[in-house]
Design a protein around this ligand. Structure first.
Ligand code: GLN
Length: 203
């Protein structure tokens, strides 16, 4: 199983380290051809406007298609902004796929970056979280599960195979959130294999 990391800008190396600590093979994704054979992809934190400019053309089109078709994707911070259907009150022109509205830079400027611990549904009460000019989730659709809150604001959520966090789990030693995503990808791969076998026997 190989997990990709969108490698255009942002905290790519840190995600690689977290995934490799879980024993997962990782591939940097710079081009649409790098998506072949992946079981999931991570969108790192960074600057969403820069990432949007760089993820263009066929790469963007294919990522959009995957985001809307149940492919496992994990977006942290700026990566979450790429997957949100609504950003700062406007329907996003970018990938979308997740029925959430986000407010950019809601946690304040760079100087207001902070570290805390969060209770994360399905993981535990004590997950370390680093917030850096973080976007907050201001609305979720009916199919979205809120997984963590900070000051009564949703900061982590899941919809099907899409997982997003306002903060940066890749900047801590704690790999439990990455493990949650790897489990989503593994499960999805397994289901695909079963489906393919069923289709093959029906022929
Ligand atoms: N504020 C940044 C943006 O809007 C995200 C910050 C981050 O990823 N740490 O893209």
């Amino acid at each position: 199983m190989i997990i990709g990391i969108l490698d255009l800008q942002g905290a790519v190396r840190e995600h690689r380290t977290s995934l490799e600590r879980l024993g997962v093979a990782v591939r940097a994704v710079k081009d649409v051809s790098d998506l072949d054979g992946l079981s999931g992809i991570v969108f790192p934190g960074g600057e969403s406007t820069a990432m949007q400019r760089l993820a263009a053309g066929s790469l963007r089109d294919r990522l959009r298609e995957l985001a809307h078709n149940g492919f496992p994707m994990f977006g942290t911070c700026a990566g979450m902004i790429l997957l949100a259907n609504t950003v700062d009150g406007k329907a996003t022109p970018h990938l979308g796929g997740m029925d959430i509205a986000v407010a950019r830079n809601a946690s304040g400027r760079q100087v207001h970056s902070f570290e805390t611990t969060l209770a994360v549904k399905g993981i535990g009460p004590d997950v370390p979280a680093v917030f850096i000019r973080a976007p907050y989730i201001v609305r979720i659709g009916p199919d979205v599960d809120a997984l963590a809150e900070y000051n009564e604001t949703i900061v982590m959520a899941r919809q099907g195979q899409l997982l997003v966090a306002s903060f940066h789990p890749e900047l801590t030693e704690d790999v439990r959130i990455h493990r949650m995503f790897v489990d989503i990808a593994r499960q999805h791969r397994h289901q695909n294999e079963i489906q393919q076998k069923q289709e093959a026997t029906q022929l």
